[in-house]
Design a protein around this ligand. Structure first.
Ligand code: URA
Length: 439
């Protein structure tokens, strides 16, 4: 087998066998296949596509390029949750302890995000002392002991995906649904959970801007999971306005903890309960997702989910006192406001612009290895559908730098669309589920 023949084969629109895909990934991962050949092959895939069998084979090859975690010795169902990313998306911080409090183990491996704000790991690391740098052995011990652990991606998991993603990023070949689905799912498969919930976000603040593309990705990932013997559900959810009010790492931790105390934003609580209901259903804990939602609401109201989160923070070295005394979380030096220049109804809050504004304050990273500032970010004062008066505060900006504040302020003042007539139709929180549950 030769890399050149595989490039020509795909260029001419033919399909790869599983052996050919295994060969290609193993040659590339070992360095025997040079970047220029893999770049040509990626471009051929970008234009000719991969069929379902090829996409699953690619997922397996990427997953098997490094360590694959095996939870079977724990003798219990282990679940994982993945979000395609959004602005103010603190769902994992609420959903993971909620589901674990219901007695379903959650083992989540997360990357440090590129983009507007940090990823789940960055958010958790804004809690002083919290460590997500765990060995796989410790990760498994925590899942066994406390039914909940969240750990940072290690170099040993899916090395071929990391290498391939960097090349895709540099060759204009990221935006292909099969490649995206294989990349995400390879990390989920290597992370070892047998039950997976995917939250595919769509809208102005999402990776998948169009609903059609989001469903295509949700379906492709669902199919891969099924083919690989996982219990899986993909939910397509809205990311046109930010989720909740807070956008920024420590600010989001505070909002997630408030949600676990039953005092969080309605949309954050509702989404976590809906997603959690699917996870409990998938794990066979309840007869249907609605029964799961009831159980999760009970665990939110009686404090069990908050207690589970505190146990996780403590077991991973974090200062639990921060979760009661928020002044112990990182704090920005200045808080400034953006006010409304007119009265009206909030028709839209562009999540993409809010995210860019938070990034300008230093809440996100543009390049791998950039430092993020855990204390900065934005707290919205209104959500879509509300009424504002002239001069009302639309948002609070938490900043450590006056120049960054000015740039962020300019971006943020364009986020809100105010209209005279109240619109009754707003995007729903959830657009659909793949497959329609139960499968
Ligand atoms: N996230 C991933 O992990 N991989 C992709 O290809 C795109 C988004």
């Amino acid at each position: 087998m030769r890399a050149l023949d595989l490039i020509i084969k795909k260029r001419n629109g033919q399909s790869f066998s599983t052996e050919e895909i295994n060969f290609m990934i193993s040659e590339f991962n070992s360095g025997r296949m040079p970047d220029y050949q893999m770049s040509a092959l990626l471009m051929a895939v970008y234009f000719q596509g991969l069929n379902a069998k090829e996409t699953t084979a690619l997922t397996a090859a990427l997953a098997n390029s490094g360590e694959v975690i095996d939870f079977s010795s724990l003798g219990k169902i282990v679940t994982d949750k993945h979000s395609s990313g959004g602005v103010g998306d603190k769902t994992t911080l609420v959903l993971a302890p909620l589901v674990a409090a219901a007695g379903v183990s959650v083992a989540k491996i997360s990357g440090r995000g590129l983009g507007f704000t940090g990823g789940t790991i960055d958010k958790l690391e804004s809690i002083p002392g919290f460590s997500a740098e765990l060995s796989v052995e410790r990760f498994m011990e925590l899942v066994q002991e406390n039914d909940l652990a969240i750990m940072a991606q290690t170099e040993r998991l899916t090395p071929a995906d990391r290498k391939l993603y960097a090349l895709r990023d540099a060759t204009g070949t990221v935006e292909n649904i099969s490649l995206i689905a294989a990349s995400i799912m390879s990390k989920k498969i290597a992370a070892g959970a047998d039950t997976i919930l995917l939250d595919v976000k769509t809208g102005k603040g999402a990776f998948m801007q169009s609903r059609e593309e989001a469903f295509h990705l949700a379906e492709t990932m669902f199919r891969i999971g099924k083919d690989m013997g996982r219990r899986i559900v993909s939910v397509v959810t809205d990311m046109n306005q930010p989720l909740g009010y807070a956008v920024g790492n420590a600010l989001e931790v505070k909002e997630a903890v408030e949600t676990l105390k039953g005092q969080g934003p309605a949309d954050v609580e509702k989404l976590c309960i809906i997603l959690g209901g699917y996870l409990l259903g998938l794990a066979g804990k309840v007869r249907n997702p609605e029964a799961g939602q009831e159980e999760l609401l009970r665990l939110l109201r009686n404090g069990a989910a908050l207690q589970k989160f505190k146990e996780m923070v403590s077991l991973q070295g974090g200062n639990v006192e921060c979760l009661e005394d928020y002044s112990l979380l990182p704090q920005a030096n200045y808080t400034e406001t953006v006010t409304s220049t007119r009265a009206g109804f909030v028709q839209e809050i562009d999540a993409g612009k809010v995210g860019r504004s938070a990034a300008l304050l230093g809440a996100g990273r543009a390049f791998k290895g950039d430092n993020i500032d855990p204390s900065v970010g934005i707290v919205l004062n209104h959500k879509v559908g509300e009424t504002v008066c002239e001069g009302d505060v639309l948002a609070y900006l938490h900043s450590n730098d006056k120049d960054k504040f000015k740039a962020a302020c300019r971006e943020l003042s364009n986020c809100f669309t105010l209209v005279d007539e109240k619109t009754e139709e707003f995007p729903p929180l959830v657009y659909g589920v793949v497959p329609p549950f139960p499968s």
